[in-house]
Design a binder for this molecule. Sequence first.
Ligand code: ADE
Ligand code: ZN
Length: 351
Amino acid sequence: MAAHNSLMNDAPLAPIAFAEFVRGLPKAELHMHIEGSLEPELMFALAKRNGITLPFASVEEIRAAYDFSNLQDFLDIYYQGAGVLITEADFKDLALAYFQRLAADGGTHAEIFFDPQTHTDRGIAFDTVMNGLLAGMDEAEKTLGVTSKLILCFLRHLSEDAAFETLEQAKPWLAKLAGVGLDSSEVGHPPAKFARVLQASRDLGLKVVAHAGEEGPPAYVWEAIDLVKVDRIDHGNRALEDETLTARLVKDGITLTVCPLSNLKLCGVPSLDVHPLKRMLDLGLKATVNSDDPAYFGGYLLENYLATAGAVGLTRDDIVTLAKNSFAGSFLSEGEKAERIAGVEAYAAAH
Ligand code: ADE
Ligand code: ZN
């Protein structure tokens, strides 16, 4: 039996296409807003289920409206779309649909953002959102084997008081939350505006992340690391404008959750071939690849890997590094991280 096994192991493996290699590689997604995974088809179905009239006549008309010049353009339509989410079942269906896409892309773990204020401000109970998302996460783990964690984001265009109110609502759910984040309109709303509520969140045992350097200046990334002491930076692209900041991010090994197709769709880069992802890796930054709002930006996790690899010339080693970074930068336990990273290495060695 042993001899037979060793023969099998020594047999040359059939070459598989690069895309199939990347698809099969275990990967985590660390930057994905669940409301941003609402596909137009589901948006229509939920609108019908909830008796809501959408300002679009068809799925094609919705997709045609996804033509953005900047972050705010996108946010306006994204908040409008989220208005079809009413019941626990809606949030569960939304989450499950995302996890199915992630599993098909070879994603095995996700740390998903949600924006409770987008829902509570229109009369949806905090508990409805939580129960629905958690039901979807549970079912995804049971049926797809995809594990996940939840990160509550404070909307930075709203006030610090509103963020504190949301943190109060989250207190009964602390055991179900991995962390808090900061999203929405970045420019004019620096991390410092939320330093106290983020510290209060940390004091409750939550991890802290923040979008910084997506459209905002390097100064916002400095604030995120020095003042807020974030556990990860979401995006971070504009940090590259400041050499001292870049060196600091490398030295501290701070994970950047980079979102290439999002950057393209929101005009952060004029084309994918000038995307800084390759440069980030070459500089030694702990970059990861993520989809941000895949229903709006034209691609889920795998498409982000493949489109960027083709555009900037990522090597096979780069791809493996990105997958390892995705687990190393996750909020899994140290033991789980080591196990998942060993899984990436085993897959790379076998293919
Ligand atoms: N909310 C959803 N997607 C976002 C992004 N890319 N930046 C900031 N806030 C967001
Ligand atoms: Zn984001």
